[in-house]
Write a protein that binds this ligand. Structure first.
Ligand code: SF4
Length: 280
């Protein structure tokens, strides 16, 4: 059994919060550059270049890439040979978020009670997903999720007979409904299958996948390509100013489901597709 001081988890989560909010991942920047090369709208191209510049300035000045530093989603793969010592594991995650958002001067974007709406002033509680895996390592990913894109995410139970065409229509409807309000260019995470809760979980996990990497199953990879082409034919464009770069990527994740069901979820990620990971 490997002993892991709880403070290591606190410090790692804090650093990941700051890193994620202050610099976009390399695959997303590469996606911006590719979109610049393909964009036919001068205004759309200009927006993309500004987003690239925005990331550069944030890195150089150690400031967030967007004022909305999000509700913090934390994914933990906890090795079953790890013994966390010196405190409670779940509290360590929350303490790390608290520390990171204070030290990184990030906006506190969380209200404690959803109806009373009083800001918790430290961006906690984070939403934490923990899975126990073999080994003696802890892998942590922080995904600060902006409200402007999350609010357009959606889920529906289709009839099984609606199949892939029904899925495509549902995703396209979600993108058209969001329009420019979800801060495109987007990364679109799609979940197909599972249960009411599972389908939204896998849709969100899909947006963690690097841009440029397709699903391993050929028919799902084909669906990802078709969806990306269809979304970029909507004409919404970067920030809604028109163009062919409404989405940089579509990632689909699937799960087994009930014989009577075809659940589909769309998790929309904005151009501030922030995520950072570390292993301890
Ligand atoms: S949706 Fe994304 S880009 Fe738009 S304000 Fe929120 S975090 Fe920023």
């Amino acid at each position: 059994m490997r002993e892991l001081p709880v403070q290591d988890i606190v410090d790692t989560v804090a650093k990941l919060c700051i890193d994620a909010c202050h610099k976009l991942p390399p695959d997303l920047i590469a996606g911006f550059h590719q979109a610049v090369a393909q964009e036919i709208s001068p205004l759309g191209k200009s927006v993309l270049l500004k987003l690239i510049d925005n990331d550069r300035i944030a890195r150089e000045q150690n400031v967030p890439v967007c004022h909305d530093t999000g509700l913090t989603i934390v994914y933990v793969s906890l090795g079953q040979e790890v013994h966390v010592v010196g405190g409670a594991f779940q509290e360590a995650i929350q303490a790390g978020v608290r520390k990171g958002y204070a030290e990184g001067y990030m906006r506190k974007s969380v209200v404690g009670d959803p109806l009373l709406r009083v800001n918790t002033n430290d961006n906690t509680p984070a939403v934490v997903h923990t899975e126990i895996v073999p080994g003696d390592r802890v892998h942590i990913t922080v995904l600060p999720k902006g409200g402007g894109s999350e609010n357009w995410s959606t889920m529906k139970f289709l009839l099984p007979g609606e199949g892939a065409e029904g899925v495509k229509k549902f995703v396209l409807d979600a993108i058209n409904t969001a329009g420019g309000a979800a801060c495109p260019p987007l990364t679109v995470g799609v979940g197909i299958g599972g249960s009411f809760d599972k389908v939204t979980e896998i849709a969100k996990k899909a947006i963690l996948r690097d841009i440029g990497i397709h699903h391993q199953a050929p028919h799902i990879a084909a669906l990802e390509r078709e969806l990306l082409e269809d979304i970029n034919r909507t004409g919404i464009g970067p920030q809604g100013y028109g163009g062919v770069s409404t989405a940089l990527w579509v990632a689909v994740e699937t799960y087994a489901c009930h014989i009577t069901a075809l659940p589909v979820a769309v998790n929309i990620q904005c151009h501030a597709g922030r995520r950072a990971s570390a292993e301890i």
